[in-house]
Design a protein around this ligand. Structure first.
Ligand code: PLP
Length: 260
């Protein structure tokens, strides 16, 4: 029987990130994708030109409609934009027992803010404690922890900090460390599980939507019944292939390849 995943995220009209990337990734990985739209962005590979967020009540209604009809096996959250939206989403996910991947989306590569500054506290207090796994990149981990990350031990401290917020596990994605020959991610889970997973650095400008695609792949592998460590490794392989096989479309930061 086909497995079902739900993405709660924003729309990217350019199709490379957000809910479009999530649904394409679910489809590619053989998982039936459902969605609750949190915001609409007018966007292409050059950047974001406009944002309109949804009313929290319509976001709640979308999540409830999906949950009432489908046995959802994994949920991921992406762009949530405001504290009100985060509270509405958290209310629907609390006590659901469904594995939850939180991609703490904050700033798009072009610089647009996809999460209001005042919403960071709500993300930390209301949503992260519900997470099966949180997937920050290094700048996002710095905002969540208040730490300046300059070394591997800083990454480990940041992971522990995020676990202390109540998350069951965390993957800190090291792809923003430009000097690295590898894109190395640190996984820290409950009961002391801890490992790094690395792939060769790919020198490309076509990295739009990598965070969304990675967290969607992680949710898809969890929906398919993989254990969390297995899903982290599978998602890393998927995102590496997606970056390596970039499509070369759009004049700015092009999309990763969701058919990878
Ligand atoms: N637009 C939306 C709607 C997103 O959810 C995301 C996710 O991070 C982005 C844009 C960011 O894309 P980029 O990879 O270019 O930072």
């Amino acid at each position: 029987m086909v497995h079902v995943a739900l993405t709660i995220a924003g729309s990217d009209s350019g199709g490379g990130a957000g809910i479009q990337a999530d649904l394409k990734t679910f489809q590619e990985l053989g998982v039936f994708g459902t969605s609750a739209l949190t915001a609409v962005t007018a966007q292409n590979t050059y950047g974001v030109s406009a944002i309109q967020s949804m009313e929290p009540s319509i976001i709640t209604a979308q999540i409830q409609a999906v949950k009432e009809d489908f046995a959802v096996q994994a949920v991921k959250t992406g762009m949530l934009f405001s504290a009100e939206i985060i509270q509405a989403v958290a209310a629907e996910l609390r006590d659901s027992g469904i594995p939850l991947v939180i991609d703490p989306v904050m700033i798009a590569k072009g610089g647009a803010s996809l999460l209001r500054d005042e919403a960071v506290d709500a993300l930390k207090s209301a949503l992260i404690p519900l997470a099966t796994v949180v997937t920050p990149n290094i700048p996002e981990a710095e905002v969540l922890t208040g730490l300046e990350i300059k070394s591997e031990s800083d990454i480990e401290r940041a992971a522990e900090h995020i676990m202390a917020l109540g998350a069951q596990s965390v993957v800190i994605k090291g792809g923003h460390w430009k000097e690295a020959p590898f894109a190395e991610d640190l996984f820290v889970g409950s009961e002391g599980t801890r490992f790094s997973v690395r792939s060769p650095w790919v020198d490309t400008k076509d990295t739009h939507g990598t965070g969304c695609t990675y967290s969607a792949a992680l949710a898809a592998f969890l929906a398919d019944g993989e254990s969390l460590p297995e899903a982290v490794i599978s998602a890393k392989c998927f995102i590496h292939a997606a970056i390596e096989n970039g499509l070369g479309i759009g004049g700015g930061h092009g999309p990763t390849n969701h058919w990878a």
